[in-house]
Design a protein around this ligand. Structure first.
Ligand SMILES: CC(C)[C@H](C(=O)O)[C@@H](O)C(=O)O
Ligand code: SF4
Length: 466
């Protein structure tokens, strides 16, 4: 029977099928970070259990880490405690741990792929919703809760009902200044934040085939923002090229063996999806959000929709615009901004820094803008320096910070002050997400760069030459 990519990976990991119940499902790779793992370890120990496969478990510190002076002790006691707990738990259970200052340290969804831990056909979980990122490699990757983290630590399995299958096809060629982030924000604006609830999404079509691995990660990362359990893209030559030779990828004969399996990982002709959507690349422009959920997005040149034209609750819509201090019908272009954040597991990779630099090169940061440029990992920092992008960043009046989640969710000191308006390359624009009272506009690194140099929301196409 013709199978989807998702079915192939899922079915090969079912340890036991429970009649009318969830499948018992084997997990190849388990990432842990300091926020959702300490309680899981407490539970594990209180039950007298141990970590069954320490070598399949990988710890990195990211959410609570400062992005300046990482060589100094962490000042915030809550953050210091969590980081300490992660380090101790990892040491006690023989788990590899990339703490502050470690060359491999960075945001969990950046360092996994970077180190070849994320592989095609693998099942990957983490106590973190944006685990969907790893689906870019043709893996089934999804976020789990703290009690499931404990379950995976002690059994390397979880119980999961099989999600329904959705395929999203985007065909054609993307226009100038339109990036993977825009493709994702466009899809979410069409699907809304709940459109893909209960589904696992496969992305297919020219646009994803043409995308780099970084771009595919950006798209899969954002799957969760339309309610999907996860998103995935069939591995191809680009995928294999990306992972080849990384520290933890199979080598020699193991590589050849793995390739034989990986090459089977695509959806068979005639395989069925529960639902399928088709979009056109030419309909997508650089996007920006104007509200307090990632579904409230539109082309940057458009005006904020009138409440009467919006499906769903008018009151919630008006409340959202009220929080943003925006009005129906407002244009977004030209709105004065206060902050720019380049980073996160959505857009904190080398390609995002290249895109940002392509606009700020030879220009200057606007005086009214405070900008935080936070690479997703130390390896991204190294590459930025190797490519000389740090010089461009410096010359344009920006400062490069040290890696971590940073202002994506402001669990460290990088908090956008109340009322301030930020253009952010991250993934969530919820009320207070970047600091209490902060107001967030989600956008691509190109829109962020253009807005940072102009001091107001700017269409990057006006600063780019074809
Ligand atoms: C802290 C963590 C549990 C959370 C998540 O699950 O996504 C965070 O990474 C986020 O982006 O909001
Ligand atoms: S960068 Fe943001 S979205 Fe990604 S894991 Fe960190 S807090 Fe979550």
């Amino acid at each position: 029977m013709a199978k989807t990519l998702f079915d192939k990976v899922w079915d090969s990991h079912v340890v036991r099928q429970v009649k009318d119940g969830p499948d018992v499902f084997f997990i190849d790779r388990h990432f842990i970070h300091e926020v959702t793992s300490p309680v899981a370890f407490l539970g594990l120990e209180s039950r007298g259990n141990s970590v069954v496969y320490p070598a399949r478990t990988f710890a990195t510190a990211d959410h609570n880490t400062p992005t300046i002076n990482q060589h100094l002790p962490v000042a915030d006691p809550l953050s210091a405690n969590q980081l300490d707990a992660l380090e101790k738990n990892a040491a006690k259970h023989g788990i590899s741990h990339w703490g502050l200052g470690d060359i491999n340290n960075g945001i969990v969804h950046v360092v996994g792929p970077e180190n070849g831990i994320t592989l095609p056909g693998a099942t990957i979980v983490c106590g973190d919703s944006h685990t969907s990122t790893h689906g870019a490699f043709g893996a089934i990757a999804f976020g789990i809760g703290t009690s499931e983290v404990e379950m995976v630590l002690s059994t390397q399995c979880i119980m999961q009902p099989k999600p329904k299958k959705m395929r999203i096809n985007v065909n054609g060629k993307l226009g100038l200044g339109v990036t993977p982030k825009d493709v994702a924000l466009y899809i979410i604006s069409k699907q809304t934040t709940s459109g893909a609830t209960g589904f696992f999404v496969e992305y297919a079509g020219d646009v994803f085939e043409d995308m780099t691995m970084e771009g595919r990660m950006t798209v899969c990362n954002l799957s969760i923002e339309m309610g999907a359990r996860g998103g995935m893209i069939a591995p191809d030559e680009k995928t294999f090229e990306y992972i080849k030779g990384r520290s933890q990828t199979p080598k020699g004969a193991d590589w050849d063996k793995a390739m034989k399996y990986w090459e089977t990982l695509s959806t068979d002709e005639g395989a069925e999806f529960d639902v399928e959507f088709n979009y056109e690349a030419s309909d997508i422009e650089p996007m920006i959000t104007y509200g307090t959920n990632p579904g409230m997005g539109m082309g940057v040149t458009k005006s904020i929709p009138l409440a009467e034209n919006v499906e769903g609750g008018v009151d919630t819509y008006k409340k959202s615009l009220g929080y943003m201090s925006f009005s129906e019908g407002d244009a977004m272009i030209g709105k004065e901004i206060d902050f720019v954040f380049l980073g996160s597991c959505t857009n904190g990779r080398i390609e995002d820094f290249r895109a940002f630099c392509s606009i700020v090169e030879g220009r200057q940061k606007a005086d009214n803008v405070t900008a935080w440029l936070v690479p997703g990992s130390h390896k991204v920092v190294d590459q930025i320096k190797a490519e000389g992008l740090d010089k461009i960043i410096d010359a344009a009046g920006f400062v490069l910070r040290e890696p971590g989640c940073s202002a994506c969710l402001a669990m460290n000191d990088d908090k956008i002050p109340s009322g301030k308006l930020s253009v952010s390359t991250s993934n969530r624009n919820f009320e207070g997400r970047q600091g209490p009272g902060s107001r967030t506009l989600l956008a691509s690194p190109l829109v962020a760069a253009a807005s940072a140099v102009e001091g107001k929301v700017t269409d990057p196409r006006t600063l780019l030459t074809a």
